[in-house]
Each structure stands twice: as structure tokens, then as C-alpha cells.
Design a protein around this ligand. Structure first.
Ligand SMILES: N[C@@H](CCC(=O)N[C@@H](CS)C(=O)NCC(=O)O)C(=O)O
Length: 291
């Protein structure tokens, strides 16, 4: 690790496994599995392999929203993938997502299992499969997909850019923090201007666009990401804040946030979810009481 501000790139980059930072132990420049490990399969048609990061929460919120509508075919098993331990590089996981990132879904309801990876693709797949949270009208559908893809393109600047350099990098460097703070605030302003005249990001209805955007930008303004609320002056994005609070109050969102969560309050952590009753009986406070 170096804290020098100037870096002269060598002619050919080589992998320095000791480059520091929160994810230094799992970051690698090559794809593919590092070890053989089969994935568990539960009783439900939908098998989710994930962790409650913002990308993971998108999918558990979607599934809980579908179940809240009474769609029992959306029942799912949510298995924990500990990315800090390198579970995403196990052979079974790589078969479901060759990109080795959570979330990954296996739909076993048909004659052959269907894998789906990339959180945006999973949301779209589930919305189309069950016919909810995506409008039928072509114009409203285009608007929803525009915001869904906006999120997929924008959030890496927030997470991989701002979050990484502000919260996780081995030292604070002004140049990347400035660059990604500027972009993150611009993105918040984009949302704030849109939400000044709309109930939800694509219009009057709550859609997969909100379900994709909320875990990132909603939770950011609610002060749950990177301890950056004050630094980003999130209170100034009043329309985003109002929208974020409204979505946060939805029971399905509260349940979705708990699934595969490994940090925070024990009563908010449901490490694995295999049944709707698990929320009442299997959170960490019930399994491992602290008193
Ligand atoms: N574009 C992907 C991003 C997924 C992603 O970055 N997942 C992270 C956690 S939020 C991950 O699995 N990281 C493990 C790693 O990079 O090895 C998606 O939206 O599904």
C-alpha cells in the first residue's frame, strides 16, 4: 500500500494483492471459480443467492412486494453468500453468475432451471414473470425501463466511486472524493428535480425503477450508507427524502431489508429466509439472544 499522491503507472500493470482497502482480500483481476462448492437448493421454485447490500436488497424487496400482493408463486429461499469470505467464487455460484457478484437467482419453476444475474435483469424478469411493478402501457413502460437502466448505470459511481473512496479506501484522497461527490450530488439532484412533480420516479405508480433506486439513493438520504449524510447534505434533497421515507414505510420493504442481512441490529438480521414465518422466529435476536 502507498499513500503517495503521485503514481507513475508501470508499462504493464501487475496484480498487487496487498493494495489495501476494505475489499482488498477479495478483489482479483481474473474471473472464474477459486474452489468447488455446490449451492444449496431449498423447497421453493425461486432460489436466491445474495447478501443485503443495496443490490441484494432490490431483489428481496421485489419478492416481498410480490408476496404481499398474494402471489404465492413468488415464494423463495434466500441463501446467504458471504462475499467477504469469497463465497461468490465457489463453482456453484459462478455457474449461476459468471460475474461472481450477488444477487443471483435460479428459477426452478420450469422444466429446466433458468439462471438470472444482474439485479436489474432479475427485477425485470420477476416483473414480467408475475406481471407486476412494470406498467403495461408502452410509454409508462419505457419511462420505467429508462429509470431502471439509469440506476444500473449510475449506482457504480455512488458505490464503486463515492462510497469506495469516501468510506473504504485505505486513505482519504481529495481528487477521487471530489470527483465522485460531485457526481453523486448531481445524481441526487436529478432525482430531486424529477420527484418534485411525481409520486414515484416513473410516474404515479410504484415500479421496479423505485425498487432499484431506493436501496441506493433512498438509503443514502436516510443516512444508511457510508456515514455520508452530513457530508452530502442529504437534507437538501427534500423530494428524494420524502420519496425515500414513503418507500421505507412499506412493510414489504422493511422485510426485504432484513433478508440476508449480516450487520446492524440483531432483530433486523434474517441471515437466511426459507419461509414467511422466519421473520418472526429466525432473526438473530431470536436465534442468538444478546442477554
Ligand atoms: N451490476 C451488478 C453489481 C453487483 C455487485 O456489485 N455486487 C457486489 C455486492 S453489492 C458483490 O457481489 N461484490 C463481490 C465482489 O465484487 O467480489 C448488479 O446490480 O447485480
Amino acid at each position: 500500500m502507498t499513500t503517495e499522491t503521485e503514481y507513475t503507472p508501470p508499462k504493464v500493470w501487475t496484480w498487487d494483492a496487498e493494495n489495501g482497502g476494505k475489499f482488498a482480500s477479495i478483489n482479483r483481476p481474473i474471473a472464474g471459480p477459486t474452489h468447488d462448492k455446490e449451492l444449496p437448493v431449498g423447497k421453493h421454485p425461486l432460489q436466491l443467492y445474495s447478501l443485503a447490500t443495496p443490490n441484494g436488497v432490490k431483489v428481496t424487496v421485489m419478492l416481498e412486494e410480490l408476496l404481499a400482493l398474494g402471489i404465492s408463486e413468488a415464494e423463495y429461499d434466500a441463501w446467504l453468500v458471504k462475499i467477504g469470505d469469497g463465497d461468490q467464487f465457489g463453482s456453484g455460484f459462478v455457474d449461476v453468475n459468471p460475474n461472481s457478484k450477488i444477487p443471483a437467482l435460479m428459477d426452478r419453476s420450469g422444466s429446466t432451471p433458468q439462471r438470472v444475474f444482474e439485479s436489474g435483469a432479475i427485477l425485470l424478469y420477476l416483473a414480467e414473470k408475475f406481471g407486476h411493478f412494470i406498467p403495461h402501457d408502452a410509454g409508462a413502460r419505457a419511462e420505467t425501463l429508462s429509470w431502471l437502466f439509469w440506476q444500473m448505470g449510475s449506482a457504480p459511481y455512488l458505490g464503486g466511486g463515492f462510497g469506495h473512496f469516501y468510506a473504504y479506501a485505505p486513505a482519504k484522497f481529495e481528487y477521487p472524493i471530489n470527483r465522485f461527490t460531485m457526481e453523486t450530488k448531481r445524481q441526487l439532484d436529478v432525482l430531486d428535480r424529477e420527484l418534485a412533480t411525481k409520486k414515484f420516479i416513473a410516474g404515479d405508480d410504484y415500479t421496479i425503477a423505485d425498487i432499484a433506486i431506493w436501496p441506493w439513493y433512498g438509503q443514502l438520504v436516510l443516512g444508511r450508507l457510508y456515514e455520508a449524510a452530513e457530508f452530502l447534505d442529504v437534507e437538501s434533497y427534500k423530494n428524494v427524502m420524502h420519496w425515500a421515507q414513503k418507500i421505507d414505510a412499506r412493510p414489504a420493504v422493511q422485510r426485504g431489508r432484513m433478508v440476508n442481512r449480516m450487520s446492524g441490529e440483531p432483530e433486523m438480521q434474517l441471515h437466511e429466509r426459507h419461509d414467511a414465518t422466519d421473520f418472526d422466529t429466525k432473526t438473530q435476536d431470536k436465534l442468538a439472544p444478546t442477554t
